[in-house]
Design a protein around this ligand. Structure first.
Ligand SMILES: *[C@@H]1O[C@H](CO)[C@@H](O)[C@H](O)[C@H]1NC(C)=O
Ligand SMILES: *[C@@H]1O[C@H](CO)[C@@H](O)[C@H](O)[C@H]1NC(C)=O
Ligand SMILES: *[C@@H]1O[C@H](CO)[C@@H](O)[C@H](O)[C@H]1NC(C)=O
Ligand SMILES: *[C@@H]1O[C@H](CO)[C@@H](O)[C@H](O)[C@H]1NC(C)=O
Ligand SMILES: *[C@@H]1O[C@H](CO)[C@@H](O)[C@H](O)[C@H]1NC(C)=O
Ligand SMILES: *[C@@H]1O[C@H](CO)[C@@H](O)[C@H](O)[C@H]1NC(C)=O
Ligand SMILES: *[C@@H]1O[C@H](CO)[C@@H](O)[C@H](O)[C@H]1NC(C)=O
Ligand SMILES: *[C@@H]1O[C@H](CO)[C@@H](O)[C@H](O)[C@H]1NC(C)=O
Ligand SMILES: *[C@@H]1O[C@H](CO)[C@@H](O)[C@H](O)[C@H]1NC(C)=O
Ligand SMILES: *[C@@H]1O[C@H](CO)[C@@H](O)[C@H](O)[C@H]1NC(C)=O
Ligand SMILES: *[C@@H]1O[C@H](CO)[C@@H](O)[C@H](O)[C@H]1NC(C)=O
Ligand SMILES: *[C@@H]1O[C@H](CO)[C@@H](O)[C@H](O)[C@H]1NC(C)=O
Ligand SMILES: [Cu+2]
Length: 616
């Protein structure tokens, strides 16, 4: 038989076997004690937490009805890593591709799976996935798996806070936290618990699909006496590569083969450890290295902590996709973004891409793209505070991220995977920005994924083809940093979005908007008469007066609040001896800090008029 007819038959078979999965999930709070140290409300589905592992296969259709069972908050759902090709409105981020779903309302997320591998789903509404609204979503291929294995198993890792976001976020995004110190997790989780035992059989090959569903901290994963053979990253199959230690940033996935020992008498430690360089300080009692077990013999003892040299962690940059996809052609368009964290006039610490801290528009960007007619190709209609960039259909696009911050950041692009063509090592002196005429040699077969970390004061260069008309968020996956505004919006082929009838807004979409009083037409300022008039758009808070520093804000704040906060908070922010700064700042600002009736604070509040949904 000819190859074409074989292909045709397998295509027909895959059509025949394509299934539709219909799920109804209602959000709500469930009291749980994930780490065994502290019970607290977690966001579950239908009164259950952890959330279910969803599983389907390539070509299947998903009908997921998300019922907002909360009484006091909106919600959304994002399917991390799924392309949503032709269904941008199912992607999840509020004010980017949908309206927030109000309490009591339902939204049908329906779309077709065009990929395979390890994915996950989570709320894209601030704070909710950190509070538990997250789960693994695995998609089987219609082709046989390229590597042999005996058993398949899922594994998530995460960080865990004893306080929920309602408590943490306003304190984080506050002038009382002017350095932007991220809340420190209280514990890490392994499969949404701790001290877990993974019972295995000897002489077997396990295929383990691993997802970091955490909101902040990257983790190392390593085992006593066993190795990982990496076979997939973020849904992309790769040539096998062996390592002792995985380094997994939040939102990243790895599939690995683990060969068990032939002798079943003994058990081994399976460690998950926080990357403590992300933490501003390490509180007493925080367990950085957590011990779980590979159990061969349930009556034998469980060993203690296993340690190794974590500097030998696996560098995903060197992976080669099994598809042998070569480096795409030179870019038609380059997006260069500089990452900075700094304070604005309300004293809050924000995150910036090119001096813009993402501020949600008044109508979702997708709505603007669909209703702006020919103006949809004009970046202006999407507002000046959304970091919107219009991409032409078919262009090869580079995203250059110059990280001027001293922390690592895991960046995620919706709607695509990208080639990681360069990642510069950390710089602990000057910031090193990408220089197109002086850079490392690029790989012939670059590694491909959807979430990549960039090192402190260094850069990463990503390349993809704009072949997916839609609105795609590009943001740091550390939820605290997204709350601080570390996001831009890519408007890919807006006329292509308009011309595809499948991209027309669903009834549920419109219902969510209407019930929330959000128009379903107009530019970023909700102006549908004149798309080029942005009057009234949401904009970021005004800058600080010149010469004003984070320490200065601390000083000013302390003069107002020392009475009720006490000096403990100074230790928290790691700052001391602020007395002189305080007076210098007071001079700059022309306020009287000796006056304890919070005049200074009032002056600040006037500056903070508009910051979108986040942190209010
Ligand atoms: C979840 O609850 C909804 C109603 O709130 C119900 O229709 C649905 O069947 C439940 N789903 C599961 C998986 O139990
Ligand atoms: C894990 O072990 C610690 C120490 O024994 C215990 O306090 C904690 O409750 C355990 N957690 C779980 C989820 O079993
Ligand atoms: C839901 O979002 C809308 C739009 O941001 C907002 O006006 C509304 O207050 C939110 N609803 C709740 C219950 O928080
Ligand atoms: C999703 O469901 C709506 C309403 O039933 C339907 O009109 C639309 O065609 C579906 N879209 C997909 C991609 O299945
Ligand atoms: C993690 O939890 C899932 C769901 O309960 C379970 O199927 C899986 O076996 C667990 N993974 C490990 C490594 O224990
Ligand atoms: C594992 O395989 C080896 C070699 O085939 C064999 O000697 C050993 O007995 C097996 N172990 C168990 C527990 O079956
Ligand atoms: C399991 O451990 C117990 C206790 O150490 C030991 O008596 C037994 O022989 C072990 N079983 C195997 C299969 O090695
Ligand atoms: C954690 O594990 C690493 C690597 O195994 C080790 O170097 C470090 O000392 C451990 N830290 C603690 C606090 O146990
Ligand atoms: C495996 O990784 C090493 C270093 O991490 C790299 O040098 C090598 O090229 C990789 N090989 C493949 C096939 O991925
Ligand atoms: C990719 O390249 C390798 C090494 O040259 C080759 O063995 C393999 O068959 C190629 N795979 C595909 C899908 O072309
Ligand atoms: C950001 O603002 C600084 C100071 O105003 C300016 O020097 C710099 O060029 C701006 N950067 C971008 C990318 O707009
Ligand atoms: C989206 O679909 C178009 C048309 O079917 C295809 O050419 C393109 O490669 C797809 N893009 C992605 C990212 O799946
Ligand atoms: Cu970040």
């Amino acid at each position: 038989m000819k190859l074409t007819s074989l292909l045709f038959i397998s295509f027909i078979l895959s059509l025949v076997s394509a299934e539709t999965h219909t799920w109804y999930f209602e959000t709500g709070w469930v009291n749980k004690n994930p780490d065994g140290f502290f019970e607290k409300p977690m966001i579950g589905f239908n009164g259950t937490w952890p959330l279910p592992i969803l599983r389907a296969k390539k070509g299947d259709t998903i009908n997921l009805y998300l019922i907002n069972g909360f009484t006091d908050r909106n919600t959304t759902l994002h399917f991390h890593g799924m392309f949503q090709n032709g269904s941008s409105q199912m992607d999840g981020p509020p004010f980017v591709t949908q309206c927030p779903i109000p309490p009591g309302e339902t939204m049908l997320y329906n779309f077709t799976l065009t990929q395979h591998g390890t994915y996950w789903y989570h709320s894209h509404t601030s704070g909710q996935y950190g509070d538990g609204m997250r789960g693994i979503f695995f998609i089987d291929d219609t082709e046989p798996y390229p590597y042999d294995y005996d058993e398949e198993v899922m594994l998530s890792i995460s960080d865990n806070y004893h306080q929920n976001s309602d408590y943490l976020t306003p304190r984080f995004l506050s002038r009382f936290n002017p350095t932007g110190a991220e809340p420190i997790p209280d514990s890490s989780l392994f499969n949404e618990t701790r001290n877990a035992s993974w019972v295995v059989e000897p002489n077997k090959t396990y295929l383990v699909h691993i997802v970091n569903v955490g909101r902040f901290v990257s983790q190392y994963l390593y085992m006593e006496g066993h190795e990982f053979e990496v076979v997939e990253v973020d849904g992309v199959l790769v040539e096998k590569n062996t390592t002792d230690i995985l380094y997994i940033a939040v939102a990243q996935r790895y599939s690995v083969l683990i060969r068990t020992k032939s002798d079943a008498s003994q058990n081994y430690a399976f460690m998950n450890a926080f990357d403590d360089t992300l933490l501003d300080y390490i509180p007493n009692g925080l367990i950085l290295n957590s011990t779980n077990w590979i159990v061969y013999n349930e009556t034998a003892e469980l060993p203690g902590e296993y340690t190794t040299d974590l500097t030998q962690y696996f560098d995903d940059f060197y992976l080669r996709p099994l598809s042998n996809t070569t480096l795409y052609d030179d870019p038609d368009f380059v997006v260069t973004v500089d990452v900075v964290m700094d304070n604005l006039g309300d004293g809050v610490n924000y995150a910036f891409f090119n001096n813009v801290t993402y501020t949600a528009p008044k109508v979702p960007t997708l709505v603007t793209a669909l209703t702006a007619g020919k103006y949809a190709t004009n970046e202006l209609v999407y507002g000046t505070n959304t970091g919107s960039i219009v991409l032409q259909k078919g262009d090869v696009v580079d995203i250059v991220v110059n990280n001027q911050d001293t922390g690592k950041h895991p960046f995620h692009l919706h709607g695509h995977v990208f080639q990681v063509i360069e990642r510069h090592p950390e710089s602990d002196t000057d910031v090193i920005s990408f220089n197109s005429s002086d850079h490392a040699e690029w790989p012939e077969y670059p590694m491909i994924r959807d979430t990549v970390y960039v090192y402190p004061q260094a850069y990463v260069v990503l390349r993809f083809v704009a072949d997916n008309p839609g609105i795609w968020f590009f943001h740091c996956h550390i939820e605290w940093h997204l709350d601080q505004g570390l996001a831009i919006t890519l408007i890919e082929d807006p006329l292509g979005i308009q011309s595809n009838p499948n991209q027309a807004l669903s009834d549920d979409f419109i219902n969510s908007c209407t019930k929330n009083g959000i128009p379903v037409e107009g530019n970023a300022a909700a102006n549908s008469k004149n798309f080029l008039d942005l009057t009234g758009q949401n904009v970021q808070v005004k800058p600080l007066p010149t010469g004003f520093t984070a320490r200065g804000i601390v000083a000013l704040v302390f003069s107002c609040i020392a009475g009720f906060l006490g000096m403990g908070a100074i230790t928290v922010y790691g700052l001391a001896d602020i007395k002189d700064v305080e007076h210098r700042v007071a001079r700059d600002l022309d306020v009287d800090i000796d006056d304890d009736d919070a005049d200074g604070a009032t002056a600040f509040e006037e500056g903070s008029s508009s910051a979108g949904e986040v942190g209010k």
